[in-house]
Write a new protein. Structure first.
Length: 424
């Protein structure tokens, strides 16, 4: 088979890495890919939003299956376009991807189908938003309705901060049209978990549990990022929490989407807040999480290609997933300044050293090749991922990998996975 992976981050490197292990595969292409995917696939210089070019490429190169990594092409309708041309593609349709593309839609869906979530309001008028903020009190959470590359969520500590965030969003200053409506919601406390399932719209298969680390600094301090590290399994997802998440969140979400005429196929990611044996839903994403995908795919024992194909064919019945007993941990190494303006073009030292370690794999995200050197080219640069007998062992291995690598201004958290140790 010929497979096309769309995207160029750590998640897509992990997808390419896992797909490359399948005996069913002849050629893998990755658009646009990165220097990491280039070692396993042929990179194609088409960006993720050039849908017509991607379609033409898939036709010309006899692509048997296209796997869409990021949310943007999903929201633009890449799945609809490819399917309309008779091509197999893994991911939700445009109508179904709205579960991530509009936070207002997603919250209304949760409300309608009784899925537990924070109390909220949707506003496009500042005065109405102020009334809601005054009634709820701070801390309070302000979210741009549309896609904002994981940065459209402001945890406001004060009433004034919340009002300023709403004003910036509604005026289009902070997130353009994505902020023309805002969701304002109650601030929740607890421990987060990333709960991912694959589904054909009817059958639902949970993936292994995982936990992300959103904040830039150790101890969950500082602004939120796209994710600074992840591990699997996550002990916060006990068997009881797993059961609640499936029954009260994922099943009603997927049934609700079908009832709305938006049948959901692909990976559905629920961001959960777990507290005192209860679960509340923070958000839904229409794709694999990044970096959650990296440790999850390292732990997946089954060939991923028949799984992706079954979803693309709309029939997951008969598919079972097998997981390694080992734990996996991914530590993200980021550029100075991230998640704000960040440095680019710094030479990355030590990739060769890290490559010599058993059970460690370095997934590329924001890198590029410049005159035979690998240099930084994004906020999140690398995801150093390791397997270990336990989360503790996987943490040690991942940080052994991190210790091999450096560049000017490198930053990473030193406490990835620590929460799991407190529980076991
Ligand atoms: P979201 O994109 O909606 O998941 O928000 C990104 C991150 O913001 C989440 O992973 C949480 O860390 C935080 N967050 C979102 N909503 C809330 C909330 N209602 N209460 C507390 N933290 C939140
Ligand atoms: N790591 C969080 C996300 O992919 O949205």
């Amino acid at each position: 088979m010929n497979i096309l992976v769309i995207g160029g981050g750590g998640r897509e490197h992990a997808l390419v890495w896992k797909i490359a292990q399948s005996p069913l595969v002849k050629t893998i292409y990755c658009a646009p890919g990165n220097p990491g995917t280039a070692t396993l696939a042929e990179n194609v210089a088409i960006s993720v939003d050039q849908l017509d070019k991607l379609l033409a490429f898939a036709y010309e190169n006899k692509i048997d299956l296209t796997v869409v990594g990021p949310e943007q092409p999903l929201s633009l309708g890449i799945v609809d376009l490819f399917k309309a041309h008779g091509l197999k593609v893994f991911g939700p349709s445009k109508d179904a991807a709205l579960i991530e593309g509009s936070k207002a839609f997603s919250k209304d869906l949760m409300h309608k189908y009784g899925i537990p979530t924070a109390a909220y309001g949707v506003f496009s008028d500042l005065e109405e938003a102020k009334t809601f903020i005054d009634r709820t009190g701070a801390p309070i959470v302000v979210k741009a309705d549309g896609l904002a590359a994981g940065k459209g969520v402001i945890i406001a500590e004060t009433r004034v901060e919340a009002i300023n965030a709403v004003r910036d969003m509604l005026s289009g200053n902070s997130f353009g049209s994505a902020g023309s409506r805002v969701v304002i919601e109650e601030f929740l406390t607890g421990e987060e978990a990333s709960f991912l399932v694959i589904t054909d719209g009817k059958n639902i298969i949970p993936l292994a549990s995982a936990q992300d680390h959103k904040a830039i600094f150790d101890g969950d301090q500082g602004p939120n990022t796209g994710g600074m590290g992840a591990y699997s399994p996550a002990p916060v997802v006990t068997p009881a929490i797993h059961e609640i998440a499936m029954r009260r969140v994922l099943q009603p979400a997927i049934d609700g989407m079908a009832a709305e005429g938006r049948t959901y196929c692909g990976v559905l990611y629920a961001g959960l807040m777990v507290r005192d044996g209860e679960v509340k839903t923070l958000e839904f994403n229409a794709r694999f999480g990044d970096p959650e995908c990296q440790p999850l795919l390292m732990r997946l024992k089954s060939d991923i290609v028949p799984i992706l194909l079954a979803v693309a064919d709309g029939d997951l019945s008969g598919i079972e997933l097998e997981w390694h007993d080992k734990a996996a941990v991914c530590v993200v190494m980021a550029a100075e300044g991230y998640p704000g303006e960040y440095r680019k073009g710094d030479e990355i030292i030590g990739l060769d050293q890290a490559a010599k370690l058993d059970d460690v794999y370095v997934f590329h995200a924001g890198t590029m090749t410049k005159e035979a050197a690998c240099v930084t080219n994004g906020g999140r640069v690398l995801g150093v991922t390791a397997l270990g007998a336990t989360v503790k062992d996987a943490i040690s291995e991942a940080y052994r990998g991190v210790g091999c690598i450096t560049w000017s201004g490198v930053q990473y958290r030193t406490d990835i996975g620590r929460k799991a140790l407190g529980r076991s």
